[in-house]
Design a protein around this ligand. Sequence first.
Ligand code: SF4
Length: 486
Amino acid sequence: MPRRYLIRTFGCQMNEHDSGRAAGLLETLGYRRASSEDEADLVLLNTCAVRENADNRLYGTLGHLKSLKDRRQADGRELTIVVGGCLAQKDGDVVADRAPWVDVVYGTHNLVDLPALLARADSAAVPVVELVEALETFPSALPAKREIRHHAWVSISVGCDNSCTFCIVPSLRGPERSRPIGEVVAEVQGLVADDVIEVTLLGQNVNSYGRDLAGASRFAELLREVGRIEGLERVRFTSPHPRDFTEEVLQAMADTPVVCPHLHLPLQSGSDRVLRRMRRSYRVRRYLALVERTRALLPDAALTTDLIVGFPGETEQDFAATLDIVAQIGFDQAFTFKYSPRPGTPAAELVDEFVPAEVVAERYHRLEALVREQSRQAHQRLVGTAQQLLVESPSKTDASRWSGRTPGNHLVHLPAPAPDPAPAPGSGSGTTGAFASGDLVTATIIEAATNYALAGPAESVRRTRAGLAAGRAPAPRPTLPVLAAG
Ligand code: SF4
């Protein structure tokens, strides 16, 4: 029987990406994915140091795993516990001291060492802790195991050269290092050959991509190169930084049909005073000019953002400026966060200026009400339009619905596909109303809600290699036009 692994991922897409690599490494060692904790012989926690109470949550989870490990040992069965990622990088030895039942601790720079660390842990009486200061192997170069067949995260750079005062990332992920364009393109080509039709290019600051290699950003060039790969249907990227966003990137987005018309542009605050204190190196005027250019060049682009409420020293006037800018721009979606101090960051030292929790909560409530209404309006604007949806999966709560994403990344629910009738003899790929995860479906939006839109039944289904590979037998169904596999 192969040993089974379970990975729990906390935090951002970079961690999702690294978890795919950790899974790939474990599979090369002969492990197979477990469907539950009970089935798992190894549990890996890929930790995040950015989210609030990250360490409390980690030790809570480790306490639970200790009970499981004790029960297993009583039954003569092993449980290997691995802690990796940002919090491990930050706290390394502390994790081993506080939770000596952990087997392996590794950091953000040495995922590549996981197999060797597991081998060492086999004969070690204490946790094997190994953290290194600098990245030697890009996680992207490691074997990967994807959760979703049609989509892949592709890391184009790691680390960050900025020093936003609220952020712990630069000290945990190090300075920015870009991968050569050829390497990124080769990875995407390989993914497309493996039925991926959508990639998300990942970096802490994608707009400065290539600066460490070429002295100037090459992100626009990268978008164009990736956009030329045959068989790729959608390209997304995250996250750009408003300071480094250039006209060339907007132009590359406008010229490259597979690059999705969606820009996630973290604003953080609408007050220049707060932006200065956050050490965000753009000002509101620059941000607004960027939004204006985006809307001129990409009129249908969805615009989303991140906002922090209650940064130390934020006054009512600062907050009102944020409300004003948000109202003026009208985001499709905004991720709002209450400021919470991250130990080790400059902002965490500003204890005397912390905004009282009840004030933060009240401001947060006002901002949330505004961005929720904007989100509903964004979905309302889609009503009556035909949208191409990359369908993902059946709804977890309602089997009669499936979910998909528009090019602008709006979540849309639509009626479940018609069951596949038996294929007529010699019908080849025929026409069908059935679709599978990874297909491109056109449907008209009929209703708007805050967090999603509803569409009518599929009007056309474009089979993709990902959809066909998801296990649907092609079958005839004369009512809907179906296009060739993408
Ligand atoms: S740009 Fe700022 S917020 Fe983003 S990762 Fe770098 S330091 Fe953190």
